[in-house]
Ligand binder design. Structure first.
Ligand SMILES: [Zn+2]
Length: 494
């Protein structure tokens, strides 16, 4: 039952794809198009992690259960209709290498959990965090190495929950599900916003095969599913409401070439199902029979609860650092916020210049306190959000800015009297800006995104004509021999 999607057989896959391309082009021989297709395939398969396949190994027991359940579907013995929501405990493990590098970002995790609950809404499953996130530093697990997974995943696994491991390295698979140990591994780069690897692997977890079952790794099954549905229970994935699918490599929708069934019917596979290998943006659903199968699997597992905390929480009130605080010593900064009733955890983000694309700190805390080290002598912004165990879709509160500084050993704290003066402030483009009360050093002006706009060394007072920059907040950084200062400069509209 082993189905491989490993890179070593990429070439085989391509040959396989070529055969099918040629079949579909028999009617109009166009070798040029075949060439283009191959080129596109090579490019996408070799350069994008998102185009890696998945390693799935449903256990013999799972396949037997699936076949029995599909028999019941055929005999009309499965109860249809709406069922009550199942609240499903999920345990997240984030793997880095032995140095702790490569962790899946908490922001991506919050988005992934939020999206997965949306995608499983028609299934009636709602996932909630059973425990806090577990961090693991392990080079082999970080590479998604199968031997390491067999060897160590059971050790980390939490009983009675869906265990999902995110790892950074490895170029073989986007996702791994191994029935025997019943864990899911997802490569970080395969589960960014709107990706569907998570949904696909959870589909395997709950007993679903690929829609192209039997074709994995470029094989051709002896019993090929026909488009008329006459052998839908015995061929392919055994579902009668998922269209025949023979494509075991990643593809963009609609499929670029045609498939031909044993009766000679030319068709394209259904790209909308999570369990095929179409691009993530083509995916939007599980079929009704797939949904019934997952519901049955959940029933057998008995791990779901009848309720969970799913409140969308408001952001906490921030306590420290206070807004615009310019005296924050850069080591062990005690970030503090007020608790929010019902909060399972808080996500704290700190970013230099408030650029949230490059956060310096981004972690979950179960308490209302975090100690963080930052660089000295920079402006930072920070924000925090509260999540409930079953709802990670909440928003951050507003951000506050503060300035860090360092006290070099043996030096007294900075005397406020020595602070440089800037006027006028606010200033307009074209006006002269005076920088006074200086001795010697360097001055740099940054925009709100941290881009250096102007810089000069000085000895004594300075003045210059403000260029035509966009109106807004700018940061002046004074670098003096023993310390640095920050000041805000407001550039108003002319
Ligand atoms: Zn798969």
């Amino acid at each position: 039952m082993q189905r491989k999607c490993i890179k070593a057989i990429l070439l085989k896959k391509l040959n396989h794809a070529l055969i099918y391309s040629q079949i579909s082009f028999m009617f109009e021989p166009m070798p040029k198009i075949i060439f283009i297709f191959l080129y596109v395939s090579c490019l996408s398969l070799l350069t994008q992690a998102q185009n890696l396949g998945c390693f799935t190994q449903l256990s013999a027991k799972q396949i037997e259960n699936l076949r029995n359940f599909q028999q019941k579907l055929s005999l009309g013995q499965v109860e249809l209709g709406k069922k009550s929501t199942q609240f499903v405990p999920i345990k997240i493990h984030i793997i880095g290498n032995s140095k702790g590098i490569g962790y899946y970002s908490i922001s991506n995790l919050m988005t992934a959990l939020c999206e997965i609950n949306e995608r499983f809404l028609p299934v009636g499953f709602h996932f909630y965090l059973a425990q806090t996130v577990n961090y693991i530093n392990d080079d082999a697990l970080n590479l998604g190495d199968l031997n390491a997974i067999y060897d160590r995943a059971l050790y980390y696994k939490m009983a009675g929950a869906v265990n999902v491991f995110f790892h950074d390295g490895g170029n073989q698979w986007c996702g791994v599900y191994i029935g025997g140990i019943d864990v899911v591994f997802i490569k970080n780069s395969c589960q960014a916003t709107l990706a569907t690897t998570f949904a696909h692997e959870l589909g395997h977890f709950f007993g679903l095969p690929h829609t192209f079952y039997g074709w994995e790794g470029g094989q051709t099954p002896s019993n090929i599913e026909k488009i008329d549905g006459s052998n839908c229970r015995t061929a392919g994935d055994g579902f009668c409401d998922t269209k025949a699918d023979y494509v075991s490599q990643r593809w963009n929708c609609p499929l670029f070439w045609n498939l031909i069934d044993p009766n000679g019917v030319v068709f394209k596979p259904d790209s909308s199902l999570y369990m095929n290998y179409a691009s993530d943006n083509c995916h939007s659903r599980f079929s009704q029979e797939q949904i019934l199968t997952m519901q049955n699997d959940m029933l057998q597992r008995g791990i779901a609860k009848t309720s969970a905390s799913t409140a969308l929480l408001a952001a906490p009130n921030k306590v420290f650092p206070a807004p615009s605080d310019s005296g924050i010593i850069s080591t062990n900064i005690p970030f503090t916020w007020r608790s929010v009733p019902g909060a399972f955890a808080y996500q704290l983000q700190v970013a230099r210049f408030g650029d949230w694309n490059y956060v310096n700190h981004n972690q979950l805390y179960s308490d209302t306190f975090a100690q963080v080290n930052l660089f000295g002598n920079w402006p930072y912004a920070w924000r925090v959000k509260a999540i409930s165990s079953g709802n990670t879709c909440s928003s951050f509160g507003s951000a506050d800015t503060f300035f860090t500084r360092e006290i070099p050993a043996g030096l007294a704290p900075i005397s406020l009297l020595a602070e440089p003066k800037v006027f006028p402030n606010p200033v307009k483009s074209g006006q002269t800006l005076y920088l006074q009360n200086l001795k010697a050093g360097k001055v740099n002006i940054y925009d709100a995104k941290g881009v250096l706009k102007w810089g000069q060394s000085f000895e004594g007072n300075l003045s210059f004509e403000v260029p035509y920059w966009p109106a807004g907040i700018y940061i002046i950084k004074w670098e003096l021999p023993n310390h640095s200062y920050f000041q805000r400069l407001l550039l108003s509209e002319n």
